[in-house]
Ligand binder design. Structure first.
Ligand SMILES: Cc1cc2nc3c(=O)[nH]c(=O)nc-3n(C[C@H](O)[C@H](O)[C@H](O)COP(=O)(O)O)c2cc1C
Length: 169
């Protein structure tokens, strides 16, 4: 089977991480994978912000008033914002997130989409943090990923729903 197809089929959402950030070289490839995702009319209307320490992740969670750890102990998180004035902002940002999750798996890392950012950046403190990160206010948070070395074996694949795929000749 083709290597990329294997990566797609074998990726899993990882919910337990070793307490260390992603190596800087690997992080560079991850964000590059996100940056190279397609976008409507090639508008590339997204901002990709990588947080490479637990302190930065905790600062973001505090800004959103989030208790507990939706990042499952990961010490690297990547947040993707999209420009609301683009043609298809959420779609383009989602493709960046998927590219990064696949790239993570291909490099032997685990990842998981974390949705909490859609709330975090609607609070006053969240908006302030967004501004401090240099992300303009016409950008909204579409999603984020936790990424790191899995702390255990990958979960089994989820059974696929019947009737999702139709091939018509
Ligand atoms: C839009 C979206 C939001 C998600 N939000 C979360 C989340 O906040 N926390 C979480 O643990 N998993 C989240 N997930 C991961 C899904 O739960 C996961 O993809 C699904 O259970 C299938 O498992 P798999 O990724 O291992 O195939 C999200 C996935 C998507 C696509």
């Amino acid at each position: 089977m083709n290597e990329l197809i294997n990566t797609i089929l074998e990726r899993r959402s990882v919910r337990e991480y070793q307490p260390k950030p992603v190596d800087r070289g690997q992080l560079f490839f991850l964000v590059q994978a996100g940056d190279f995702a397609p976008s409507a009319m090639n508008q590339q209307g997204r901002k990709i912000v990588a947080l490479s320490s637990r302190a930065r992740i905790d600062e973001m969670l505090a800004a959103g008033g989030i208790e507990g750890d939706p990042y499952y102990g990961a010490e690297t998180a990547i947040v993707v914002f999209a420009d609301k004035d683009c043609i298809a902002p959420a779609e383009g940002a989602s493709l960046s997130l998927e590219n990064m999750m696949l790239a993570a798996h291909a490099m032997g890392l685990g990842s998981c989409w974390i949705h909490a950012v859609t709330r975090i950046f609607t609070t006053e403190a969240g908006k302030e943090l967004q501004k401090n990160w240099g992300v303009p206010e016409n950008f909204f948070a579409v999603g984020s990923i936790a990424v790191g070395t899995p702390a255990g074996p990958l979960p089994d694949p989820k059974p696929r729903k019947q009737g999702v795929v139709t091939i018509i000749d």
